[in-house]
Design a protein around this ligand. Structure first.
Ligand SMILES: Nc1ncnc2c1ncn2[C@@H]1O[C@H](COP(=O)(O)OP(=O)(O)OP(=O)(O)O)[C@@H](O)[C@H]1O
Ligand SMILES: [Mg+2]
Length: 257
């Protein structure tokens, strides 16, 4: 095994929305080939953290470092080519497209062909078209959607739509994929399939940062878990240690009253 590479470092990152401090002095790392969970009660700053990492919203303070490069000032469009990709908590698919077309479009936009090449149908573009189509097909099959590859994205189940969002995010050839609640609305069998996809993503050489409320899934797939409460990191460690951590238990039980 090659030495793991430090891909992502959050160094004392904070985010304020007006008077709300959504994330406070958050520091953690993600290494290559690692599955890291980001958990915490509702409103604890998980989605905001992913938005900060992906570049969807700017930090208020602190540094986000990607492979030794400070990316604080880079917009989302310039972080994706560096190898950072994400899915969203709500599904965002192209309704009139088939499953294959959805991923094909994402492969295409991540490719270096100018629009003119596509318009003129130059030979190079045609070759690249075929390559991108094969790549899209492979990704659709990779997430287990081979049976519905020609179905419209709007007609497949919500669990399948979530898997499709993962395939779409993988089209940009990321080194780290950020998943925001990929198991939302899934039943047990669907969660099991998702867990397998997440572990296969790692086998492909990617790292995963996953936000999830479903503890069974988190405990099964994660190497390491970071726990937030009111925007602050209250614990970090291996799944078994996190399950026994009194601050974590308190944060979750505290929310039940
Ligand atoms: N764009 C925004 N403007 C103002 N406040 C926001 C914004 N986005 C998030 N917040 C606030 O920041 C805090 C953290 O929200 P965030 O969505 O990051 O939580 P979360 O951990 O993802 O919650 P959930 O589990 O419900 O998805 C909340 O108090 C939320 O209301
Ligand atoms: Mg959220």
């Amino acid at each position: 095994m090659p030495e793991p590479e430090r891909l992502l470092t959050l160094n004392q990152v904070s985010k304020n929305f007006g008077g709300v401090q959504a994330v406070k002095n958050l520091s953690f790392d993600v290494n290559s080939n690692e599955i890291v969970g980001l958990i915490g009660p509702n409103g604890s700053g998980k989605s905001t953290s992913v938005n900060l990492i992906s570049g969807a919203v700017p930090t208020s303070s602190g540094d986000i470092v990607w492979r030794n490069q400070n990316v604080n000032k880079l917009p989302i469009s310039r972080r994706v080519p560096l190898g950072l990709a994400r899915t969203f908590q709500t599904t965002s698919l192209l309704a009139e497209f088939s499953v294959l077309e959805q991923v094909f479009t994402a492969c295409h936009t991540s490719y270096s062909v100018s629009p003119w090449h596509s318009v003129l149908r130059m030979k190079s573009a045609r070759v690249q078209d075929a390559e991108q189509r094969a790549k899209a097909q492979e990704l659709v099959e990779f997430v287990g959607l081979g049976d519905v590859i020609n179905d419209l994205t709007s007609t497949i189940s919500s669990a399948q739509q979530r898997l499709l969002m993962i395939a779409t995010a993988m089209a940009s050839d990321p080194k780290l994929i950020l998943l925001d609640e990929p198991a939302a609305g899934m039943v047990a069998k669907e969660r099991k399939d998702l867990a397998e996809v997440i572990m296969r993503i790692r086998k492909r050489g990617l790292a995963v940062l996953v936000i999830e409320h479903h503890m069974g899934l988190i405990m099964e797939v994660c190497d390491r878990i970071v726990v937030l409460n009111f925007g602050e990191k209250i614990a970090e460690g291996k799944p078994l240690d996190i399950q026994r951590n009194s601050a974590v238990i308190e944060a979750y039980l505290g929310g039940v009253h």
